[in-house]
Design a protein around this ligand. Structure first.
Ligand code: GLY
Length: 369
């Protein structure tokens, strides 16, 4: 890490999660010089804990804001296969899409009514789902308990392993010539006398002068130093606790992503499962709680009793970046020279390809101006 140095680049990206890395890689491929600055390790925030569901249909909700999130989610989901192939080639490692489909499950009469209601919404939006009786769902996933009342299959909602994604993006960035500064400590935005962003001031005093700074600091985007309060993006941390489990008997207990009131189980296809996630408005309190984990396990056990046989590999806690309406902020920030790529809430991994494309479109305009 440089000390007290002065760098000059076209683009400085603040944040080394999936979003920041993808923006940096794409911008570099457009011929721009790029430096990415990450306070901790690459992908050590929400990306490390994310389950990696590429699930626009399962995540569809009611309301106008939800509709615009859905549109973005669908666009990005359609980009994923080509993005994964191109990234895999650039990185020299496979970026594997797990094309499992997703089952949305109801356990009792209330949940079944709610699933029927949301099924009607999905139909009205032209989203492809298939209604399954409990016996049909159990034929597809024999590990499901008889408590299942109703299921909806979303055959095009898949998943990806976010850690594999981060490794690929980090390699692709390095290979493409992005200057990557990880473990750099907290950086602040540098503003000129007119209030325009002119770069970053690093923890060691170095300056990264840039035409544009891309703010991709996830849940920390709303508290980045250097901007006046009124120019800060409105982003809050939404805590998620998640368990990583492994079946000592190997793969096969569950083959599709299971989504239900209060959580989800994502199979990695190799005997590992991600069981998530709490949704807690607790600020940046990163402590795991017995209550949170009990609820995760209880809800999953009601649907998949065999979950109790799995080994616990890891307990993760991180923070989703939520905006007031939970619609991502992608585009000009609160000061000239600042682009936001943040606020992805529950959909950061899914929205990675689209965000990188939108940011690069905006950068092309900013750098040419
Ligand atoms: N994407 C699922 C979650 O945020 O828990």
């Amino acid at each position: 890490m440089p000390t007290g140095r002065h760098h000059r680049v076209d683009i400085a990206v603040l944040g080394g999660g999936a979003i920041g890395l993808a923006c940096a890689w794409r911008a570099r491929r457009q011929g721009l010089s790029v430096m990415l600055v990450e306070r901790d390790g690459l992908g050590s925030g929400a990306s490390k804990v994310a389950a990696g569901m590429l699930a626009p249909v399962a995540e569809a909700e009611f309301g106008d804001a939800a509709r615009s999130v859905l549109e973005m989610n669908l666009r990005s989901a359609a980009m994923w296969p080509a993005f994964a192939a191109e990234l895999g080639q650039a990185a020299g490692i496979e970026v594997k899409l797990h094309r499992s489909g997703t089952l949305l499950l109801a356990r009792d009469a209330d949940e079944a009514r709610e699933l029927e209601r949301s099924s009607a919404l999905r139909d009205s939006l032209g989203l492809q789902t298939r209604r399954l009786r409990a016996s049909q769902a159990r034929a597809l996933e024999p590990a499901l308990a008889p408590t299942v009342r109703l299921a909806l299959e979303a055959p095009d909602d898949h998943s990806v392993d976010p850690r594999n994604l981060i490794e690929a993006l980090a390699r692709a960035c390095t290979r493409a010539g992005v200057q990557v500064l990880a473990e750099a400590g907290p950086a602040a935005l540098e503003l000129d006398a007119d209030g325009a962003v002119r770069g970053l001031r690093l923890h060691d005093g170095s300056i990264v002068e840039a035409t544009t700074v891309v703010l991709a600091a996830g849940a920390w985007s709303g508290s980045v130093e250097g901007l006046p309060p009124e120019a800060l993006p409105s982003v809050r941390p939404v805590k998620g606790q998640i368990l990583r489990l492994r079946d000592p008997a190997g793969p096969g207990m569950i083959t599709r992503v299971l989504r239900y009131e209060g959580g989800y189980i994502v199979p990695r296809g190799d005997g590992r499962y991600v069981l998530g996630a709490t949704v807690e408005e607790q600020g940046f309190d990163a402590s795991p709680t017995a209550g949170g984990l009990y609820e995760l396990l209880r809800q999953a056990w009601e649907l998949v009793p065999g979950i109790t046989e799995l080994a616990i590999e890891e307990l993760g806690v991180s923070f989703r970046p939520g905006t007031p309406d939970n619609v991502p902020l992608i585009g000009p920030g609160g000061a000239p020279g600042l682009l936001c790529a943040t606020g992805h809430y529950r959909n950061g991994i899914l929205l990675t390809p689209l965000t990188a494309e939108l940011v690069c479109q905006a950068l092309a305009g900013a750098v040419a101006a």
